[in-house]
Design a protein. Structure first.
Length: 278
């Protein structure tokens, strides 16, 4: 089975062109080959497939084998793959995901995609649609007790569930301890992606993320979008900001009039490879 390893700000997946290849057991393949010692090493598997309603379909599995609705860094790499590898010559494409159809604009330099802007759609703030258990109309700056400590969370879905928490010092925050406690907290029926955010200015924040089913990653595109929405809802930033993550920076804009979130960032090919025993 041929694959291409790609990364968006260090959020790395191995990509399979399912116009040419078949993956019969994606959960098992994701678990086995995401292993960073005995496999390819990745945050999961993304398969690029035909779609009846869009230009392409993105089917993704996390490193633990769980299926995921959407990945902002992953979908930018899908856009780069389909253009650079000749599946399309369009610079405006649509990609079907489990979180709906996303629309992408490709910035091409010397025949290769360098940057991608994704229309990430409208943020969902209604608790049962995120989902998060709450009697409130929205979950903005609401208290949550985790490991005998009270935090304040803002919950957003960008097609997948996010819980954003503001902290004073994100670099030294005990993410490996606290992250899984948020992920598996009983107020999140489908678990949650947890973002811990330090405000730098009205135009920039720093964020670390604990991704559901994966753990800490270098970047999370939907998490950056949820972070921007949470920052704006809490009055911390302007509506267009830079979100700095361990893997780099993403530009996020929430157009509140249209209620659309736009994400702009890079996508890169690491290498092409082939797995012989599938």
């Amino acid at each position: 089975m041929k694959f291409t390893k790609m990364e968006g700000l260090g959020n790395d997946y191995f990509y399979v062109n399912c116009f040419e290849e078949t993956v019969d057991n994606p959960r098992e393949v994701a678990i086995k080959y995401s292993d960073r010692h005995f496999g390819i090493g990745s945050d999961g598997l993304i398969m690029i497939k035909p779609s009846l309603v869009a230009d392409f379909y993105m089917d993704m599995y996390n490193a633990d084998g769980s299926q995921s609705e959407m990945c902002g860094n992953g979908i930018r790499c899908v856009a780069k793959y389909v253009f650079d590898y000749g599946l399309t010559d369009k610079t405006s494409i649509s990609v079907e995901t489990l979180a709906g159809i996303k629309y992408l604009e490709l910035s091409v330099i010397d025949g290769k995609v360098e940057m991608v802007t994704v229309d990430m759609g409208s943020p969902e703030l209604i608790p049962h649609k995120i989902p998060v258990i709450s009697s409130k109309e929205t979950v903005v700056n609401e208290p949550i007790n985790v490991d005998h400590t009270e935090y304040h969370m803002t919950c957003v879905s960008m097609g997948n569930p996010h819980c954003v928490v503001f902290v004073d010092d994100v670099k030294n925050f005990p993410l490996e301890k606290v992250g899984p406690l948020f992920e598996h907290h009983n107020v999140f029926p489908n678990r949650v992606n947890a973002e811990f955010v330090e405000i730098i200015s009205r135009k920039k924040v720093k964020m670390r993320v604990w991704e559901r089913g994966t753990g800490e990653t270098l970047a999370c595109g939907t998490g950056c979008c949820a972070t921007a929405v949470a920052c704006i809802l809490n009055g911390h930033t302007d509506n267009e900001i830079i979100v700095e993550v361990l893997g780099g920076e993403l530009k996020i804009k929430w157009d509140q009039e249209a209620n659309k979130v736009y994400m702009t960032g890079p996508a890169k090919v690491v290498y092409d490879g082939e797995i012989k025993d599938i």
